[in-house]
Design a protein around this ligand. Structure first.
Ligand SMILES: Cc1cc2nc3c(=O)[nH]c(=O)nc-3n(C[C@H](O)[C@H](O)[C@H](O)COP(=O)(O)O)c2cc1C
Length: 442
């Protein structure tokens, strides 16, 4: 079955009929151009450019040529919030040797890129965006030297199959205490670098996200809801205390549902397969807010084992078991459900690139119906970095610039040394890289 990114309302209606899905829809997208308060700051508009890692930093972990190019394009694009990509807080938790890494050595480089992003957006759009730093430990996906060096919360047969990871790679409670300290230090350093906020990343099954489903782990970080959420809730609370509430946003990109059955997934019940149950996510969201969280960025799934949940696509490495719109609906309805629990704390959605030409209408529909507060774009930002200014000026998105959800950015990312970007719409730079890394042709 071939799928195609949605171009317009007629195509949406037809695809909704085929897939048995329904979305709120607003012809008037002006709500996306309205400002909103987040913590002590005012955000210019309701568009977020989600964290999009380029695996293209220096080996020290500072932004390099392609990184700078990407963020200047994003800055010109006019989003209210730019979510700076996954940035490691511990060397052994880097997902690749060129992943961003915030250290005393790289701090000046981070200062410079944040200042450049703000200046470029001000020059192009007349306002400064909010720039959030995504603080991470990659856990089972750690590859600091380019080869897997997993650090796991527990063994997971769904991921490990016939090759169980040596139990010596299961991190101790004391190690997790150190991860918490490093995340808090990361927030302090991010504030020093001029970022407007720090994201205690807990999504896509990297370390903090994996712990949310550590039902069978012993000790302080496993078993009960309180133990499984301890690392995230403590890091948020301490990061809030360690930074200036009047100057710095504390947020988290949170997996509210993993899409794996109990006891290997968050957001499911024992004996109910992969049917979502968001009660723990809602309970967690409330605790995070009471611990000082200013903003919640929600997402679902895992990019390696169920990418159809994480980023509904037209083309990928396997035929999705459901229509991509079904995945988009699960994501947007689920995020709205969590948002209801923390009214007053803004919530960002994810997974909307497949909605293409109607993404702004559908997100406006959700926002106007009291769902979430921000439209969070992922792959679209690589294909169409100016999509935010088009949307906030009230224009229709140009079908010739839209992301086609072909998966080529991820294909590059999965190759050793690969630096992902949009092969289709940013061809001059990324087609040669696709040929080099994926097709093996220089
Ligand atoms: C190349 C690539 C890099 C990504 N890097 C990150 C990242 O650094 N941090 C993160 O939380 N998500 C990352 N994501 C996930 C996206 O932010 C987003 O959640 C996903 O693409 C679904 O949204 P979309 O449908 O708008 O693309 C990445 C996705 C891709 C394809």
């Amino acid at each position: 079955m071939a799928y195609q990114v949605i171009q317009d309302r007629d195509m949406l209606l037809k695809a909704c009929e085929e897939s048995g899905t329904r979305f709120p829809y607003s012809d008037d997208i002006s709500v996306l151009a309205t400002p909103i308060k987040v913590g002590s700051k005012t955000v210019n508009n309701r568009i977020v450019y989600q964290a999009m890692e380029g695996c293209d930093g220096t080996y020290d972990g500072a932004p390099d040529t392609l990184t700078k190019r990407r963020y200047l394009r994003f800055a010109r694009g006019g989003a209210g919030i730019i979510w700076f990509e996954a940035t490691a807080v511990l060397g052994e938790g880097r997902a690749n040797p060129r992943q961003m890494y915030l250290t005393p050595k790289t701090q000046d480089d981070f200062k410079r890129i944040v200042a450049d992003i703000k200046e470029e957006c001000m020059r192009a759009n007349g306002f400064e965006p909010i720039v959030i730093c995504q603080l991470t430990h990659s856990g089972r996906y750690s590859k600091p030297e380019g080869t897997p060096a997993p650090l796991i919360a527990y063994n997971n047969p769904i991921f490990e199959k016939d090759n169980p990871i040596d139990p010596s790679r299961i991190v101790s409670d004391e190690y997790l205490d150190r991860v918490c300290e490093a995340l808090v230090q990361g927030a302090i350093d991010a504030e020093k670098c001029g970022f407007d906020g720090g994201d205690i990343k807990s999504c896509h099954r990297y370390l903090l996200s994996e712990i949310l489903s550590a039902y069978n782990r012993e000790g302080r970080y496993g078993g009960s809801f309180e133990n499984r959420t301890r690392l995230l809730t403590t890091a948020v609370k301490e990061a809030r205390l360690a930074t200036n509430k009047n100057n710095f946003i504390i947020t988290s990109r949170l997996n509210i549902y993993d899409g794996f059955e109990y006891p290997y997934g968050f957001g499911v019940n024992e004996g109910e397969g992969i049917t979502p149950d968001l009660s723990e996510a809602k309970r967690l969201a409330k605790i995070l807010v009471s611990n000082g969280l200013d903003l919640l960025d929600c997402t679902m799934g895992n990019p390696y084992f169920n990418p159809h949940v994480n980023r509904p696509y037209a083309k990928g490495t396997y035929e999705p078991p459901e229509h991509p719109l079904f995945g988009v609906q699960r994501m947007l309805d689920g995020i709205s459900e969590v948002a209801q629990e923390i009214k007053g704390t803004p919530v960002i959605c994810s997974g909307i690139s497949f909605l293409g030409g109607v993404s702004a209408n559908v997100c406006s529909g959700y926002i106007n119906n009291g769902g979430f507060d921000f439209a969070g774009y992922g792959r679209e930002t690589l294909a169409y970095p100016d999509c935010a200014s088009a949307i906030t000026s009230g224009a229709n998105l140009d079908p010739k610039k839209l992301c086609i959800c072909c998966g080529k950015c991820t294909e590059i990312m999965r190759c050793k040394g690969g630096t992902p970007g949009c092969v289709i719409r940013d061809t001059e730079v990324y087609m040669p890289l696709y040929k080099k890394f994926v097709l093996g042709k220089e």
